[in-house]
Structure formats: structure tokens, C-alpha cells
Ligand binder design. Structure first.
Ligand code: MG
Length: 159
């Protein structure tokens, strides 16, 4: 078995959708980014790739590549899981922490687990999403953006 760790952050921006964990969340501001800026999906994608020893999201889905403009990041996560499977690694479970002052993550956590689990090809009960605030400290506390951290466990399967 191997573990992978992922981290991502995106800045809030006016006139953008807020997509976290593949879920559209009603909020006065969305997140800036080349893709849909889904920091949760990006952190989890990096964790999957890291666990499988396959580098990082920027290597597989470069932000300069026009194919990934406004990309659905759940699709990138799904591709990362397939890539891991091609290298004989099956995702066992994932745990995610989202850090932001707003929105409140708890109300959307179950829907995020569903979307993320579907992309990973595992049951929703094997995905966990938790929300934290930063207690008003620093850039997160000032409401400048959202950070997400993820860990993934993979198991080696016979190829
Ligand atoms: Mg990102």
C-alpha cells in the first residue's frame, strides 16, 4: 500500500462559479483559475498521482494547455484514477479537509463525497470531506480564497 498527499488553493474572484468537490455551491464569489478552479478535486488528484508515483496534476494536465480551459476537474480526477489503475494502483479511500471562512462546507460534504467517489470508482463511504475555518487568521481568514488538503491510500493490484 502507498499513501499520497495533495494540497491546492485558489483565490476568490467575482463573476466565477464556485465549484468544490464537483459540486456547484451558491456563493457571492467563485474561484479564479484556468480550469473550473475546483481546489478539492485538484488536491485529491495530486494525492492520487502522488500515491501512484505519477508526479503531479501540472505534469498530466498543464494549465497552459487550452484543452483544460474551464475544464471539469472531476473529469481530471477520474483520469488520474484511471492512470493509477493503468499502473496497477487501486484507490482504497480518500480524506479531504477544505479550509475557508465561507461557504460552510458541511452542508455540501455528502454531495462532494458522492461526486469524488464516483470519479475514483469507489463507494461514497470510502471518501470523507471535512470543512474547517482558519479562525480568521491569514489569507484564508481574510476570505481571500480556499485551500484543500487530501490524502489517498492506494493498494497494488495484480496487473
Ligand atoms: Mg488548482
Amino acid at each position: 500500500m502507498r499513501v499520497g498527499l495533495g494540497y491546492d488553493s485558489h483565490r476568490f474572484a467575482d463573476g466565477r462559479r464556485l465549484v468544490l468537490g464537483g459540486v456547484d455551491i451558491p456563493h457571492e464569489r467563485g474561484l479564479a483559475g484556468h480550469s473550473d478552479a475546483d481546489a478539492v478535486a485538484h488536491a485529491l488528484t495530486d494525492a492520487v498521482l502522488g500515491a501512484a508515483g505519477l508526479g503531479d496534476i501540472g505534469r498530466h494536465f498543464p494549465p497552459a494547455d487550452e484543452r483544460y480551459r474551464d475544464a471539469d476537474s472531476i473529469g481530471l480526477l477520474e483520469r488520474a484514477a484511471h492512470l493509477a489503475a493503468e499502473h496497477n494502483y487501486q484507490v482504497i479511500n480518500a480524506d479531504v479537509t477544505v479550509v475557508c471562512e465561507t461557504p460552510k462546507i458541511g452542508a455540501h460534504a455528502a454531495a462532494m463525497c458522492e461526486r469524488l467517489a464516483h470519479a475514483l470508482g469507489i463507494a461514497p463511504s470510502f471518501v470523507s470531506v471535512k470543512g474547517k475555518t482558519n479562525e480568521g487568521m491569514g489569507w484564508i481568514g481574510a476570505g481571500e480564497g480556499v485551500a484543500a488538503m487530501a490524502v489517498v491510500l492506494v493498494d497494488r493490484v495484480e496487473g
